[in-house]
Design a protein. Structure first.
Length: 221
């Protein structure tokens, strides 16, 4: 099954940020989408919708703000953090966690299967937070061409998802990356220093970073 050819989001995006509708969630399609600054977002039973919103939330690492209370709790925590040790569990838990103001999830069964396949190919990664042997928080995202897009996170213990994000940022910064795509702004991300940028600015930054050819998680299969 061939991946769809996406139109240029600079010129072919609706007012709602939709670039295309339909297609499939094959790895080649997803990689092509993220490479172009596009991501899927839809509900179970609905056609796949592909988005590149007019405003995008990003977090530049130079603007990262860690509140004193969070930094203190991070120093004291006994949680253990890992990479890529439980990707299927992380994404499935992100789908199951109920969030305030949301009646369902966009992480459908098809999305879970597709992103697990991306993980097997080395393009999707998870960060896990453990209390002994219990998974208490985590997040996952997509790496394409040396850029990283955060997708979703969860926690069952206070600050666990925040610790996961900070652990990820340290890793990416050490690999040479200067920012991550967090897609949609939330109060938590805004408090950490995330900002909204226009579509053209985001796509310019994405292209500039892709040219740096960073290796964020080792060799991609």
């Amino acid at each position: 099954m061939a991946h769809i050819i996406f139109p240029d989001p600079r010129t072919m995006t609706t007012s709602q940020g939709i670039v295309a509708v339909g297609g499939n969630l094959q790895p080649t399609t997803l990689i092509a989408a993220y490479r172009a600054g596009i991501f899927p977002w839809f509900s179970e039973g609905m056609p796949i919708a592909w988005f590149c919103p007019g405003e995008r939330a990003i977090l530049r690492f130079r603007n990262l703000h860690i509140p004193r209370s969070l930094a203190r709790e991070r120093r004291r925590t006994t949680f253990r953090l890992t990479f890529n040790q439980a990707f299927p569990t992380v994404i499935t838990t992100c789908a199951r966690i109920r969030r305030a103001g949301e009646s369902g999830t966009w992480i459908t069964r098809g999305m879970i299967k597709a992103y697990c396949r991306l993980h097997e190919l080395g393009h999707a990664h998870s960060i896990e937070v453990w209390d002994k042997d219990e998974l208490v928080g985590g997040l996952y995202g997509v790496e394409v061409d040396g850029t990283f897009a955060g997708e979703s996170m969860f926690h069952t213990r206070s600050n666990a998802s925040k610790f996961a994000l900070l652990h990820l940022i340290e890793h990416l910064r050490n690999a040479g990356l200067e920012w991550i795509d967090v897609q949609m702004m939330t109060p938590h991300l805004e408090a950490l220093g995330a900002e909204l940028v226009g579509r053209d600015e985001f796509l310019d930054l994405l292209a500039q970073t892709q040219r740096e050819d960073l290796k964020l998680f080792g060799v991609v299969n």
